[in-house]
Design a protein around this ligand. Structure first.
Ligand code: HEC
Ligand code: HEC
Length: 214
């Protein structure tokens, strides 16, 4: 028995040694989590800010890079109707807010279908998703500072009655948020990806959802 045991353990040591050498001589430390995805920092990039309030404020600053990007901001104006393009020019043809769906007879869905639709004759596309509509005025943030946007999206009077969990869910799963990373031909996507944006929102909420100063 004794001999067998020794033989057994020698055998496992041999296997472990073989496995280790199969992994090469390189460093065996696990890879550090990514700090950046397509120009958007991940929560890992903020992990060393010990103070919760400071970390939450920094996380929100990063989130606002997405929210103020034209792919989101074109649908989140405070005044007037939707805007278009990276320069955020007024929507052409002119459309009005209506109840967010556009005016009767000129609803957003008259032109915006269930998916992006490439122009046949020229470059570009008509964006699409169901439903395609303008964010309510109380959820507009064009021209607002990150501090103001932060206060506003936490305010249940203005954010559609959402809890912090609802906001995390919205940013992680909503189809119009998702569109910003799949905006169709002729349009640059928002920085990062929806997964990273959702993770930033979750980390911000977990750190107490404090807002940046200003
Ligand atoms: C008469 C047709 C029509 C109607 C109605 C219409 N749109 Fe558009 N919309 C377009 C076209 C076409 C484009 C693409 C323009 C381009 O990129 O050259 C566009 C682009 C946009 C964009 C730009 C996306 C970006 O980031 O560049 C937004 C936002 C938008 N529409 C929102 C709306 C909303 C909200 C409504 C309803 C209130 C609406 N549209 C109604 C035709 C329409
Ligand atoms: C096509 C227009 C459209 C686009 C593009 C869009 N949104 Fe929205 N957004 C809306 C509408 C409409 C609502 C309201 C939905 C509701 O209350 O059910 C909304 C609500 C929200 C809310 C809810 C809370 C609040 O107070 O605003 C957040 C957060 C939000 N959007 C973030 C974003 C972000 C971030 C992006 C880009 C990554 C984005 N949205 C892109 C139309 C849009």
């Amino acid at each position: 028995m004794r001999t067998l045991n020794i033989a057994g353990s020698t055998f496992s040591i041999a296997i472990i040694a073989a496995l280790l050498s199969a992994c090469g001589q390189g460093p065996s430390e696990p890879a550090a989590p990514a700090n950046d995805v397509n120009g958007l920092k991940t929560p890992a990039a903020f992990a060393d800010i010990a103070d919760d309030a400071d970390r939450a404020a920094a996380l929100f600053g990063e989130m606002s890079k997405v929210m103020l990007h034209p792919r989101c901001a074109n649908c989140h104006p405070r005044e007037g109707g939707p805007t278009q393009g990276d320069d955020m020019h007024p929507h052409s043809p002119p459309v009005v807010r209506g109840f967010g769906m556009g005016a009767a007879g000129m609803e957003c869905s008259t032109c915006h279908g269930p998916a992006n639709f490439a122009f046949a004759s020229m470059e570009g596309s008509i964006p699409g998703a169901v439903p395609w509509m303008l964010a309510p005025q109380s959820m507009g943030w064009v021209g607002a500072t990150p501090a103001e946007i932060c206060a506003q999206i936490k305010d249940t009077e203005r954010n559609g009655g959402r809890t912090l969990d609802d906001l995390v869910f919205h940013n992680s799963e909503d189809h119009l948020v998702n569109w910003a990373w799949h905006p169709g031909e002729g349009r640059a996507p928002a920085p990062g990806d929806q997964e990273t944006f959702g993770a930033l929102t979750a980390a911000w909420a977990q750190a107490g959802a404090h807002c940046p100063a200003g």
